[in-house]
Design a protein around this ligand. Structure first.
Ligand SMILES: C=CC1=C(C)c2cc3[nH]c(cc4nc(cc5[nH]c(cc1n2)c(C)c5CCC(=O)O)C(CCC(=O)O)=C4C)c(C)c3C=C
Ligand SMILES: [Fe+2]
Length: 390
Protein backbone atom coordinates (compact mmCIF):
# COMPACT_ATOMS: atom_id res chain seq x y z
CA UNK A 1 0.00 0.00 0.00
CA UNK A 2 1.28 3.44 -0.83
CA UNK A 3 1.95 6.25 1.57
CA UNK A 4 -0.98 8.55 2.17
CA UNK A 5 -1.38 11.36 -0.30
CA UNK A 6 -0.13 14.68 1.04
CA UNK A 7 -3.68 15.99 1.32
CA UNK A 8 -4.85 13.06 3.33
CA UNK A 9 -1.65 12.99 5.32
CA UNK A 10 -2.36 16.56 6.30
CA UNK A 11 -5.66 15.46 7.73
CA UNK A 12 -4.22 12.75 9.90
CA UNK A 13 -4.17 13.56 13.56
CA UNK A 14 -1.08 13.06 15.66
CA UNK A 15 -1.49 9.46 16.69
CA UNK A 16 -1.06 9.73 20.41
CA UNK A 17 -3.15 12.81 20.83
CA UNK A 18 -6.36 10.80 20.60
CA UNK A 19 -7.46 13.12 17.88
CA UNK A 20 -8.84 15.44 20.44
CA UNK A 21 -8.56 18.58 18.48
CA UNK A 22 -7.16 18.57 15.04
CA UNK A 23 -6.73 21.06 12.33
CA UNK A 24 -7.87 20.49 8.84
CA UNK A 25 -9.60 23.24 6.99
CA UNK A 26 -9.73 25.44 9.96
CA UNK A 27 -10.85 23.61 12.83
CA UNK A 28 -11.71 23.03 16.29
CA UNK A 29 -13.15 20.03 17.25
CA UNK A 30 -13.92 17.71 18.74
CA UNK A 31 -13.39 14.26 19.87
CA UNK A 32 -13.78 15.84 23.22
CA UNK A 33 -16.25 17.85 25.12
CA UNK A 34 -14.94 21.36 25.26
CA UNK A 35 -15.40 22.47 28.83
CA UNK A 36 -16.68 25.89 27.92
CA UNK A 37 -19.80 25.79 25.82
CA UNK A 38 -19.35 28.54 23.29
CA UNK A 39 -22.15 31.05 23.43
CA UNK A 40 -21.74 32.06 19.90
CA UNK A 41 -24.13 34.39 18.19
CA UNK A 42 -24.04 35.28 14.54
CA UNK A 43 -23.92 38.86 13.36
CA UNK A 44 -27.12 40.02 11.66
CA UNK A 45 -25.59 39.82 8.19
CA UNK A 46 -24.04 36.37 8.73
CA UNK A 47 -25.58 33.27 7.17
CA UNK A 48 -24.62 29.98 8.77
CA UNK A 49 -24.38 26.74 6.81
CA UNK A 50 -23.79 23.24 8.14
CA UNK A 51 -22.57 20.62 5.70
CA UNK A 52 -23.24 17.00 6.66
CA UNK A 53 -20.89 14.57 4.90
CA UNK A 54 -21.75 10.95 4.24
CA UNK A 55 -20.92 8.17 1.79
CA UNK A 56 -24.25 8.06 -0.04
CA UNK A 57 -25.60 4.81 -1.39
CA UNK A 58 -27.27 3.51 -4.56
CA UNK A 59 -30.94 4.45 -4.64
CA UNK A 60 -31.91 1.82 -7.22
CA UNK A 61 -30.40 -1.44 -8.38
CA UNK A 62 -29.26 0.29 -11.59
CA UNK A 63 -27.19 2.65 -9.46
CA UNK A 64 -25.22 -0.15 -7.82
CA UNK A 65 -22.43 -0.62 -10.37
CA UNK A 66 -21.79 3.13 -10.96
CA UNK A 67 -21.88 3.66 -7.18
CA UNK A 68 -19.27 0.93 -6.72
CA UNK A 69 -17.21 2.46 -9.52
CA UNK A 70 -17.19 5.84 -7.72
CA UNK A 71 -16.27 4.11 -4.47
CA UNK A 72 -13.36 2.13 -5.87
CA UNK A 73 -12.11 5.11 -7.94
CA UNK A 74 -11.39 6.81 -4.64
CA UNK A 75 -7.64 6.67 -3.93
CA UNK A 76 -8.53 6.61 -0.23
CA UNK A 77 -10.49 3.36 -0.70
CA UNK A 78 -8.15 1.49 -3.03
CA UNK A 79 -4.78 2.92 -2.09
CA UNK A 80 -2.31 2.27 -4.89
CA UNK A 81 1.39 3.19 -4.81
CA UNK A 82 1.99 6.42 -6.73
CA UNK A 83 3.60 4.54 -9.63
CA UNK A 84 0.44 2.49 -10.18
CA UNK A 85 -2.14 5.23 -9.73
CA UNK A 86 -2.85 5.29 -13.46
CA UNK A 87 -4.54 1.92 -12.84
CA UNK A 88 -7.07 3.35 -10.37
CA UNK A 89 -9.97 3.82 -12.81
CA UNK A 90 -9.51 0.62 -14.84
CA UNK A 91 -9.26 -1.29 -11.55
CA UNK A 92 -12.39 0.46 -10.23
CA UNK A 93 -14.24 -0.55 -13.38
CA UNK A 94 -13.12 -4.16 -13.04
CA UNK A 95 -13.92 -4.47 -9.34
CA UNK A 96 -17.29 -2.68 -9.66
CA UNK A 97 -18.40 -4.92 -12.52
CA UNK A 98 -17.22 -7.99 -10.61
CA UNK A 99 -18.96 -7.06 -7.34
CA UNK A 100 -22.15 -5.57 -8.82
CA UNK A 101 -24.27 -8.76 -9.21
CA UNK A 102 -23.83 -9.91 -5.59
CA UNK A 103 -24.10 -6.36 -4.24
CA UNK A 104 -27.36 -5.89 -6.20
CA UNK A 105 -28.79 -8.98 -4.55
CA UNK A 106 -27.91 -7.53 -1.17
CA UNK A 107 -29.53 -4.15 -1.93
CA UNK A 108 -32.54 -6.02 -3.36
CA UNK A 109 -32.87 -7.77 0.01
CA UNK A 110 -33.30 -4.41 1.78
CA UNK A 111 -35.93 -3.06 -0.60
CA UNK A 112 -33.98 -2.30 -3.79
CA UNK A 113 -31.69 0.53 -2.68
CA UNK A 114 -29.92 2.31 0.13
CA UNK A 115 -32.00 4.31 2.62
CA UNK A 116 -29.05 6.61 3.31
CA UNK A 117 -30.18 9.64 1.33
CA UNK A 118 -33.61 9.74 2.98
CA UNK A 119 -32.19 9.11 6.45
CA UNK A 120 -29.44 11.71 6.09
CA UNK A 121 -31.99 14.26 4.84
CA UNK A 122 -34.07 13.53 7.93
CA UNK A 123 -31.03 14.06 10.14
CA UNK A 124 -30.31 17.34 8.34
CA UNK A 125 -33.87 18.55 9.03
CA UNK A 126 -33.72 17.47 12.65
CA UNK A 127 -30.37 19.23 13.10
CA UNK A 128 -31.71 22.44 11.56
CA UNK A 129 -34.60 22.39 14.03
CA UNK A 130 -32.32 21.59 16.97
CA UNK A 131 -30.14 24.57 16.04
CA UNK A 132 -33.24 26.73 15.74
CA UNK A 133 -34.09 25.64 19.28
CA UNK A 134 -30.73 27.11 20.29
CA UNK A 135 -31.60 30.37 18.53
CA UNK A 136 -29.28 29.65 15.66
CA UNK A 137 -30.70 29.85 12.15
CA UNK A 138 -28.74 27.58 9.82
CA UNK A 139 -29.14 26.00 6.42
CA UNK A 140 -28.14 22.35 6.66
CA UNK A 141 -26.76 20.68 3.51
CA UNK A 142 -26.04 17.05 2.70
CA UNK A 143 -22.95 16.19 0.65
CA UNK A 144 -22.35 12.56 -0.32
CA UNK A 145 -18.98 11.18 -1.37
CA UNK A 146 -20.06 8.48 -3.84
CA UNK A 147 -23.66 9.20 -4.83
CA UNK A 148 -26.25 11.96 -5.08
CA UNK A 149 -26.31 14.63 -3.78
CA UNK A 150 -22.52 14.76 -4.25
CA UNK A 151 -20.35 17.02 -2.06
CA UNK A 152 -19.73 19.14 -5.16
CA UNK A 153 -23.48 19.81 -5.58
CA UNK A 154 -23.88 20.71 -1.92
CA UNK A 155 -20.99 23.19 -2.12
CA UNK A 156 -22.52 24.78 -5.25
CA UNK A 157 -25.76 25.27 -3.32
CA UNK A 158 -23.83 26.75 -0.39
CA UNK A 159 -22.34 29.31 -2.78
CA UNK A 160 -25.70 30.10 -4.38
CA UNK A 161 -27.23 30.64 -0.93
CA UNK A 162 -24.51 33.11 0.05
CA UNK A 163 -23.47 31.28 3.20
CA UNK A 164 -20.95 33.36 5.17
CA UNK A 165 -19.83 30.79 7.75
CA UNK A 166 -19.72 27.02 7.39
CA UNK A 167 -19.41 24.10 9.79
CA UNK A 168 -18.54 20.76 8.19
CA UNK A 169 -19.78 17.75 10.11
CA UNK A 170 -18.98 14.24 8.76
CA UNK A 171 -21.55 11.72 9.97
CA UNK A 172 -18.83 9.30 11.07
CA UNK A 173 -18.12 9.37 14.82
CA UNK A 174 -14.58 8.02 14.31
CA UNK A 175 -12.07 9.35 11.79
CA UNK A 176 -10.84 7.06 9.02
CA UNK A 177 -8.79 7.88 5.96
CA UNK A 178 -11.43 5.98 3.98
CA UNK A 179 -14.42 8.02 5.19
CA UNK A 180 -13.96 11.45 6.76
CA UNK A 181 -10.43 11.73 5.35
CA UNK A 182 -11.60 11.10 1.81
CA UNK A 183 -14.59 13.45 2.04
CA UNK A 184 -12.52 16.29 3.49
CA UNK A 185 -9.86 15.82 0.82
CA UNK A 186 -12.51 16.30 -1.87
CA UNK A 187 -14.00 19.21 0.03
CA UNK A 188 -10.60 20.94 0.16
CA UNK A 189 -10.01 20.35 -3.53
CA UNK A 190 -13.29 22.08 -4.34
CA UNK A 191 -12.31 25.04 -2.17
CA UNK A 192 -8.86 25.46 -3.68
CA UNK A 193 -8.79 28.12 -6.34
CA UNK A 194 -12.36 29.31 -5.75
CA UNK A 195 -12.33 32.99 -4.77
CA UNK A 196 -15.59 32.89 -2.77
CA UNK A 197 -14.90 29.61 -1.04
CA UNK A 198 -11.31 30.37 -0.12
CA UNK A 199 -12.54 33.41 1.85
CA UNK A 200 -15.38 31.53 3.54
CA UNK A 201 -14.73 30.86 7.26
CA UNK A 202 -15.00 27.10 7.75
CA UNK A 203 -14.79 24.86 10.78
CA UNK A 204 -14.40 21.13 10.25
CA UNK A 205 -15.34 18.60 12.91
CA UNK A 206 -13.01 15.70 12.24
CA UNK A 207 -14.36 13.23 14.78
CA UNK A 208 -16.77 13.27 17.68
CA UNK A 209 -16.79 9.76 19.13
CA UNK A 210 -15.80 11.09 22.57
CA UNK A 211 -18.65 13.53 22.93
CA UNK A 212 -20.66 12.86 26.05
CA UNK A 213 -23.98 13.38 24.28
CA UNK A 214 -23.11 10.74 21.68
CA UNK A 215 -21.79 8.27 24.28
CA UNK A 216 -24.89 8.73 26.45
CA UNK A 217 -27.22 8.36 23.46
CA UNK A 218 -25.52 5.08 22.52
CA UNK A 219 -25.75 3.86 26.12
CA UNK A 220 -29.47 4.78 26.17
CA UNK A 221 -30.16 2.71 23.05
CA UNK A 222 -28.17 -0.23 24.42
CA UNK A 223 -30.03 -0.14 27.75
CA UNK A 224 -33.41 -0.12 25.99
CA UNK A 225 -32.49 -3.26 24.01
CA UNK A 226 -30.89 -4.99 27.01
CA UNK A 227 -34.13 -4.61 28.92
CA UNK A 228 -35.93 -6.67 26.26
CA UNK A 229 -33.94 -9.83 27.09
CA UNK A 230 -35.30 -12.24 29.71
CA UNK A 231 -31.97 -12.08 31.59
CA UNK A 232 -30.33 -8.75 30.63
CA UNK A 233 -27.32 -9.33 32.89
CA UNK A 234 -26.31 -12.42 30.90
CA UNK A 235 -26.25 -10.66 27.54
CA UNK A 236 -22.95 -10.27 25.67
CA UNK A 237 -22.76 -6.75 24.18
CA UNK A 238 -21.22 -7.26 20.77
CA UNK A 239 -19.87 -4.10 19.11
CA UNK A 240 -19.51 -4.61 15.37
CA UNK A 241 -17.49 -1.89 13.65
CA UNK A 242 -16.92 -1.44 9.93
CA UNK A 243 -13.43 -2.73 9.16
CA UNK A 244 -10.60 -1.16 7.16
CA UNK A 245 -7.48 -2.84 5.77
CA UNK A 246 -4.83 -3.26 8.50
CA UNK A 247 -2.35 -1.32 6.36
CA UNK A 248 -4.43 1.85 6.86
CA UNK A 249 -3.70 1.70 10.57
CA UNK A 250 -0.21 0.18 10.58
CA UNK A 251 1.34 1.89 7.55
CA UNK A 252 -0.73 5.03 6.97
CA UNK A 253 -1.42 5.94 10.61
CA UNK A 254 -5.21 5.85 10.41
CA UNK A 255 -6.43 6.58 13.99
CA UNK A 256 -9.63 4.62 13.29
CA UNK A 257 -8.81 1.53 15.37
CA UNK A 258 -7.61 3.54 18.40
CA UNK A 259 -10.68 5.73 18.25
CA UNK A 260 -12.97 2.74 17.88
CA UNK A 261 -11.47 1.06 20.93
CA UNK A 262 -11.69 4.25 22.96
CA UNK A 263 -15.27 4.78 21.84
CA UNK A 264 -16.29 1.28 22.98
CA UNK A 265 -14.47 1.83 26.26
CA UNK A 266 -16.35 5.08 26.89
CA UNK A 267 -19.73 3.51 26.13
CA UNK A 268 -18.98 0.58 28.44
CA UNK A 269 -17.86 2.99 31.20
CA UNK A 270 -21.14 4.85 30.83
CA UNK A 271 -23.10 1.58 31.02
CA UNK A 272 -21.11 0.49 34.06
CA UNK A 273 -21.81 3.82 35.76
CA UNK A 274 -25.51 3.09 35.23
CA UNK A 275 -25.16 -0.31 36.91
CA UNK A 276 -24.79 -2.61 33.87
CA UNK A 277 -21.98 -5.12 34.30
CA UNK A 278 -22.30 -6.93 30.98
CA UNK A 279 -19.41 -8.55 29.13
CA UNK A 280 -18.56 -7.01 25.77
CA UNK A 281 -16.61 -7.68 22.59
CA UNK A 282 -15.46 -5.57 19.66
CA UNK A 283 -15.09 -7.09 16.18
CA UNK A 284 -14.86 -5.76 12.61
CA UNK A 285 -17.23 -6.46 9.73
CA UNK A 286 -17.71 -5.74 6.00
CA UNK A 287 -14.32 -6.90 4.72
CA UNK A 288 -13.93 -6.64 0.92
CA UNK A 289 -11.14 -8.18 -1.17
CA UNK A 290 -8.07 -10.26 -0.44
CA UNK A 291 -6.20 -7.97 2.01
CA UNK A 292 -5.95 -8.46 5.76
CA UNK A 293 -8.45 -6.17 7.50
CA UNK A 294 -8.73 -5.18 11.14
CA UNK A 295 -9.30 -8.23 13.32
CA UNK A 296 -11.03 -10.02 14.86
CA UNK A 297 -13.61 -10.50 12.13
CA UNK A 298 -17.24 -10.32 13.24
CA UNK A 299 -18.20 -13.65 11.61
CA UNK A 300 -15.38 -15.55 13.32
CA UNK A 301 -16.09 -14.10 16.76
CA UNK A 302 -19.80 -14.87 16.54
CA UNK A 303 -19.07 -18.53 15.80
CA UNK A 304 -16.54 -18.67 18.64
CA UNK A 305 -18.93 -17.07 21.13
CA UNK A 306 -21.64 -19.55 20.19
CA UNK A 307 -19.20 -22.40 20.59
CA UNK A 308 -18.14 -21.06 24.00
CA UNK A 309 -21.71 -21.16 25.30
CA UNK A 310 -22.86 -17.55 24.93
CA UNK A 311 -26.65 -17.74 24.62
CA UNK A 312 -27.76 -14.09 24.48
CA UNK A 313 -26.14 -11.47 22.30
CA UNK A 314 -26.87 -7.82 21.60
CA UNK A 315 -25.29 -6.57 18.36
CA UNK A 316 -24.29 -2.89 18.39
CA UNK A 317 -23.28 -1.30 15.06
CA UNK A 318 -20.76 1.34 16.06
CA UNK A 319 -19.21 3.03 13.01
CA UNK A 320 -22.22 4.72 11.63
CA UNK A 321 -25.30 6.64 12.73
CA UNK A 322 -27.97 5.59 10.17
CA UNK A 323 -29.41 2.29 9.09
CA UNK A 324 -27.76 1.14 5.87
CA UNK A 325 -26.92 -2.04 4.01
CA UNK A 326 -24.39 -3.15 6.61
CA UNK A 327 -26.93 -3.00 9.44
CA UNK A 328 -30.05 -4.07 7.53
CA UNK A 329 -28.54 -6.86 5.44
CA UNK A 330 -25.11 -7.80 6.73
CA UNK A 331 -26.00 -7.77 10.46
CA UNK A 332 -29.77 -8.35 10.51
CA UNK A 333 -29.66 -11.15 7.96
CA UNK A 334 -26.14 -12.58 7.54
CA UNK A 335 -24.69 -12.32 11.04
CA UNK A 336 -28.00 -13.05 12.76
CA UNK A 337 -28.35 -16.34 10.85
CA UNK A 338 -24.73 -17.19 11.57
CA UNK A 339 -25.13 -16.45 15.29
CA UNK A 340 -28.33 -18.47 15.62
CA UNK A 341 -26.71 -21.34 13.72
CA UNK A 342 -23.72 -21.22 16.08
CA UNK A 343 -25.60 -21.81 19.30
CA UNK A 344 -26.62 -18.27 20.24
CA UNK A 345 -30.32 -18.45 21.13
CA UNK A 346 -31.37 -14.87 21.89
CA UNK A 347 -30.33 -12.24 19.35
CA UNK A 348 -31.14 -8.53 19.23
CA UNK A 349 -29.63 -5.55 17.46
CA UNK A 350 -29.43 -1.96 18.66
CA UNK A 351 -30.93 0.41 16.07
CA UNK A 352 -28.79 3.16 14.56
CA UNK A 353 -29.04 6.55 16.28
CA UNK A 354 -30.87 8.16 13.34
CA UNK A 355 -32.81 11.16 14.63
CA UNK A 356 -32.71 10.25 18.34
CA UNK A 357 -33.32 13.68 19.96
CA UNK A 358 -30.44 13.50 22.48
CA UNK A 359 -28.03 12.61 19.67
CA UNK A 360 -29.21 15.33 17.30
CA UNK A 361 -29.11 17.78 20.21
CA UNK A 362 -25.47 16.82 20.79
CA UNK A 363 -24.63 17.33 17.11
CA UNK A 364 -26.21 20.78 17.40
CA UNK A 365 -23.98 21.49 20.42
CA UNK A 366 -20.96 20.34 18.41
CA UNK A 367 -21.88 22.82 15.65
CA UNK A 368 -22.26 25.66 18.15
CA UNK A 369 -18.91 24.79 19.76
CA UNK A 370 -17.22 24.71 16.36
CA UNK A 371 -18.33 28.19 15.32
CA UNK A 372 -15.62 30.24 17.02
CA UNK A 373 -12.96 28.19 15.19
CA UNK A 374 -14.15 28.93 11.69
CA UNK A 375 -11.27 30.23 9.59
CA UNK A 376 -10.96 31.05 5.94
CA UNK A 377 -9.21 28.38 3.92
CA UNK A 378 -6.78 30.90 2.45
CA UNK A 379 -5.46 31.77 5.90
CA UNK A 380 -4.73 28.17 6.74
CA UNK A 381 -2.07 25.65 6.22
CA UNK A 382 -2.97 22.01 6.27
CA UNK A 383 -1.46 20.84 9.48
CA UNK A 384 -1.52 18.04 11.96
CA UNK A 385 -0.81 20.39 14.81
CA UNK A 386 -3.31 20.77 17.58
CA UNK A 387 -5.87 23.44 16.99
CA UNK A 388 -6.77 26.18 19.41
CA UNK A 389 -9.86 24.34 20.64
CA UNK A 390 -10.09 25.12 24.37
C1 LIG B 1 -17.30 3.99 9.05
C2 LIG B 1 -17.90 3.52 8.02
C3 LIG B 1 -17.24 2.98 6.83
C4 LIG B 1 -15.91 2.62 6.60
C5 LIG B 1 -14.73 2.69 7.54
C6 LIG B 1 -15.84 2.14 5.25
C7 LIG B 1 -14.69 1.67 4.62
C8 LIG B 1 -14.70 0.93 3.44
N1 LIG B 1 -15.79 0.53 2.70
C9 LIG B 1 -15.41 -0.21 1.61
C10 LIG B 1 -16.24 -0.81 0.64
C11 LIG B 1 -17.62 -0.61 0.49
N2 LIG B 1 -18.38 0.28 1.18
C12 LIG B 1 -19.68 0.22 0.74
C13 LIG B 1 -20.74 0.98 1.18
C14 LIG B 1 -20.73 1.75 2.34
N3 LIG B 1 -19.68 1.88 3.25
C15 LIG B 1 -20.07 2.65 4.31
C16 LIG B 1 -19.34 2.98 5.45
C17 LIG B 1 -17.97 2.74 5.62
N4 LIG B 1 -17.08 2.24 4.71
C18 LIG B 1 -21.44 3.04 4.03
C19 LIG B 1 -22.26 3.90 4.94
C20 LIG B 1 -21.82 2.50 2.82
C21 LIG B 1 -23.15 2.70 2.08
C22 LIG B 1 -24.16 1.74 2.58
C23 LIG B 1 -25.49 1.84 1.92
O1 LIG B 1 -26.51 1.60 2.59
O2 LIG B 1 -25.58 2.10 0.72
C24 LIG B 1 -19.77 -0.76 -0.29
C25 LIG B 1 -21.05 -1.15 -1.06
C26 LIG B 1 -22.01 -1.87 -0.19
C27 LIG B 1 -21.50 -3.12 0.41
O3 LIG B 1 -20.98 -3.98 -0.33
O4 LIG B 1 -21.53 -3.26 1.64
C28 LIG B 1 -18.49 -1.29 -0.46
C29 LIG B 1 -18.06 -2.35 -1.43
C30 LIG B 1 -14.00 -0.30 1.67
C31 LIG B 1 -13.14 -1.03 0.66
C32 LIG B 1 -13.56 0.42 2.80
C33 LIG B 1 -12.20 0.68 3.32
C34 LIG B 1 -11.13 0.78 2.63
FE1 LIG C 1 -17.75 1.13 3.00
Amino acid sequence: MGAPSSLTAGLLPKRNLNLQANSAVGVCISGRNCEEKSHHTLAADEKLGVLLLNTGGPETLNDVQPFLYNLFSDPDVIRLPRLFQFLQRPLAKLVSVFLAPRTKERYAAIGGGSPLRRLTDEQADALRMALEGKNLQADVYVGMRYWYPFVEEAVEQIKRDGITKLVVLPLFPQFSISTTGSSIRVFRQIFEGDAYLSRLPVSVILSWYQRQGYIRSMADLIEIELAKFAKPEEVMIFFSAHGVPISYVEDAGDPYKDQMEECVYLIMQELKARGNGNDHTLAYQSRVGPLQWLKPYTAEVLVELGRNGVKSLLAVPISFVSEHIETLEEIDMGYKDLALGSGIENWRRVPALGCTPSFIGDLADAVVEALPYAKAQQTLRVTTEESDCP
